[in-house]
Design a protein around this ligand. Structure first.
Ligand code: GAR
Length: 189
């Protein structure tokens, strides 16, 4: 069995799609753990509904302590998937999972990436700059925000009447369509 840990801080719509994908098909891949830094996050309810173990993490331990590496090792995690996780990943975790940690970003990197560029901030910047297209980027995680090697991108058009909120919806459609399949490819390649 290949075991995925999903790190998520918010609603968890991507986490839900990934969980549904791997429970619907015959595959030796499972979502084994949800890691979250926010006790109120919707993703924890999703994990409970699907009986997936959760790890609620503390900032000091994540950044200055053992970084939760013992727990990740104990759970025999093969791939870490960041799906709306907003803390920077400490170098010790990156070193422990070389090319085994991927992130989804709601824009066409290298544009609209970096510190502070997450969720609606990204869509607001894209609309303010009157871009005619945006999209999603799935990439490996390295020590710099949103700079790891790109694995996959998909685009959507932006029309004159789009707002940050309608663009966010278009981006979520793309994310839900592609993320689980790309994860599956990573684990079966
Ligand atoms: C997603 O759109 C993801 O691309 C974005 O957070 C959203 C989480 O949605 N991630 C980032 O902005 C990371 N820089 P979800 O909680 O519904 O999956």
């Amino acid at each position: 069995m290949k075991r995925i840990a999903i790190f998520a801080s918010g609603t968890g719509s991507n986490a839900l799609k990934i969980i549904q994908h791997f429970s619907a098909i015959e595959t030796p891949i499972e979502v084994a753990l949800i890691v979250c830094n926010n006790a109120q996050a919707g993703v924890l309810q999703i994990a409970a509904t699907h009986q997936i173990p959760t790890l609620l993490i503390n900032k000091d331990i994540f950044f200055k302590g053992h970084h939760y590496l013992p727990q990740l090792q104990q759970m025999q995690i093969d791939l870490i998937v960041l799906a709306g996780f907003l803390w920077k990943i400490p170098p010790k975790i990156i070193e422990a999972y070389p090319n085994k940690m991927i992130n989804i970003h709601p824009a066409l990197l290298p544009k609209y990436g970096g510190k502070g560029m997450y969720g609606n901030n990204v869509h607001e910047a894209v609309i303010a700059n009157k871009e005619t297209e945006s999209g999603i980027t799935i990439h490996y995680v390295n020590e710099h925000y949103d700079e790891g090697k790109i694995i996959f991108q998909a685009k959507c058009a932006i029309t004159a009447d789009d707002t940050p909120s309608t663009l966010a919806n278009k981006i979520h459609v793309l994310e839900h369509l592609h993320f689980a399949t790309i994860i599956e490819k990573q684990l079966t390649a």
